[in-house]
Write a protein that binds this ligand. Structure first.
Ligand SMILES: [Zn+2]
Length: 122
């Protein structure tokens, strides 16, 4: 199903975003919410989409005036792609945005001081 209000694909009939009932299936040209995040991440995703020639719509959450006030990059952006290319876009961008994005809990062990703690209690 597709929520016209939020431009989101929904699993069931109820949109998780606005809680309204969704009445129709998405059309190929419907813009679908793909992801959102800070400017750096979204730009990265845009680049990937460019490479695959997938059209997208980038929307800032705060608006231009706010961007001027805050300087830059504090703004969150949302990306929308046509439903016809949504699946493809999602696969591509999952490389940048792993599913269930957790705040920085990546498995990077390089130079982690915690690793060397085994022989602490001798
Ligand atoms: Zn909705």
């Amino acid at each position: 199903m597709y929520c016209e209000r939020c431009q989101r694909l929904t699993e069931g009939e109820i949109c998780p975003e606005c809680g309204k009932k969704c009445h129709r299936d998405p059309l190929p040209e419907d813009p679908c919410f793909l992801l959102s995040g800070g400017q750096i991440w979204v730009d990265m995703a845009c680049e990937l989409l460019d490479q695959e020639k997938i059209p997208y719509l980038k929307q800032g959450s705060l608006g231009a005036a706010m961007t001027v006030l805050t300087g830059l990059s504090l703004e969150n952006y949302s990306l929308y792609v046509p439903f016809s290319q949504f699946e493809q876009a999602r696969e591509i961008t999952q490389a940048v945005f792993p599913e269930g994005e957790e705040d920085g809990t990546e498995e990077t062990f390089e130079d982690d001081p915690d690793i060397e703690r085994e022989s602490e209690d001798d």
